[in-house]
Design a protein around this ligand. Sequence first.
Ligand SMILES: Nc1ncnc2c1ncn2[C@@H]1O[C@H](COP(=O)(O)OP(=O)(O)OP(=O)(O)O)[C@@H](O)[C@H]1O
Ligand SMILES: [Mg+2]
Length: 604
Amino acid sequence: MKKQNASRFTKAGMLAYFLKGSLGLFAVSILCNLFMTLLLVLIPQLIGFTVDSVIGSEEVSSAYEVFVSLFGGLEHLKENIWLIALTVVALSLVTALFRYGNNFFTLHANQIMLKRMRDTLFSHLQRLPLSWHHAHNTGDIIQRCTSDVDAISNFVSGQLVTLLRIVIMIVLSLTLMFLTDVRLALIAAAFLPAVVLYSAVFFAKLLPEYQKCDEEEGVLSTIAQENFTGVRVVRAFGREKEERDKFEAQNTHYTGQWVRVMRQSALFWTTSDFLTALQLLFILIFGTIFCVEGSLSAGDLIIFISYSTLLVGPMGMLGRVISNMSRAGIAIGRISEIMNAKEEVYGEREPLRGDIVFDHVTFCYEEGKPVLSDVSFTVKEGTTLGILGGTGSGKSTIAYLLDGLYPLTSGTIRIGGRDISSLSPATVRSAVGFVLQEGFLFSRTVGENISIASPAAGEGEMKRAAALACVDEHIEAFPEGYKTEVGERGVTLSGGQKQRVSIARTLMRKTPILVFDDSLSAVDSETDAKIRSRLGKDLTGVTKLIISHRVTTVMGAEQLIVLEEGRIAEQGTHEELMQRGGIYRTIYEMQTALPEDLKEELHG
Ligand SMILES: Nc1ncnc2c1ncn2[C@@H]1O[C@H](COP(=O)(O)OP(=O)(O)OP(=O)(O)O)[C@@H](O)[C@H]1O
Ligand SMILES: [Mg+2]
């Protein structure tokens, strides 16, 4: 994989890369093909010879002398003509054997290549930066990894091998035709450029149409994928009909596109089939004329007709293969787009201390639209920073930037005194433990979900992390404890349970910095306080960033910042900010005030 970052793949280079490991098998299958074709071409020769020299009385050409002497001379053959029939049957059997070998090795090589393509793509996609994934639709990526991968494998195992077989067949039969009768061979050969030219023109025309098919399929996959992941929203808002309509409309569009392509292809196939049939017709007409004239023997006419019949298939196929190649060309292009995207080089890990400095950080996801503007703060090692701010104020963005997920627009972020842009992603990620706002669990057991980032850790550590995150009792109450499957095939965790499993997972990594992005929003205030107090006691020395909408969650921090539209509106300790009487105090009072009717009840 290292090679790819160093140089971009050309289409051919990428194919060669995917073919590694299956090339030998493909070569064997092509060899089988070659032998099969040789035998197929030999049989008409034998029949022609039988008609002319065994049944008829033409002289035996030198090419058949060995054959004749092998069967005890011409006289012996004339008396025992069944020997030739037996030879034809035997040759047909051997041909079948080679045909089997050809199919078997092609399919086998194809599976090996498919596996290599899937493995390479998956591992490459895993290493692409987050910004790349944000810029691409999941449905489209899945479409590329399935349909486009299939198209490439069909191209190699089907079209390329077929093309080679066709070329071998055409070259062999044409050579033998020329050796037999130049006039008829010229007629047969004249059709070849016509078919190839016609195919090439069509190929160019069909290319953009196939591209559209792939794009439409990508859109369709995206709609389906979004609906399956967002099934709850769809149900909750009763949007089934709209979503179904949207899918059906796109599906109709997609089908229409294919029908258009197929209509054009059918027209092409029919015309190219007609051209090849015409070739056979011409050979029949002229062959019969030459035969009647006496310039062509009956055996040679049989040879020509046999070869022409043998050629009809491959020549028709030639056009078909060339036109289908356009599909593969696009698929290769789409896959090489993924393969040529630059991977994130993880690099070596270095230990870092836990103090953080944001120095005049400005950041835009899209150019010209800053999400964070001139944000500066310092967090000493082992202390806690609380970040408070409304929706969309840029809180999560601060966490992403600290984790090095996006490059800064301007300013610097330092961890342990070192500029993170000069550190390897591996170093930054191993310093920052990040509990994401949207907890995501894999379809595995709860235990595996907790220890996923630190597989070497023992069960004791996993249970300790679960206890710190106050989720141990819930897990133990599950039918199979830590071995309970979660996700689609297992139990469904509540939002709060999911958040706490995510916290436990991050705690397992034992990083010098921990970021909790709204990680306690789905738990009740009491559990929130309990978890914070446990974390405070257990994680001394760890630098913490606690992001929240809830004042009570952050007010205990040594330092607080209030974000407003990507700028730091206020900064200080809880007491300082309360005294200041600004936005923090307003939020505090709003959130901690008891409703008027409850106050009245309490105070009588
Ligand atoms: N990948 C992205 N591409 C473009 N814009 C983005 C992206 N992620 C976030 N934004 C925008 O950046 C702004 C800040 O988003 P961010 O997620 O940091 O807010 P937040 O303070 O965490 O909000 P919340 O409290 O709702 O989680 C928002 O206006 C959002 O629309
Ligand atoms: Mg957020």
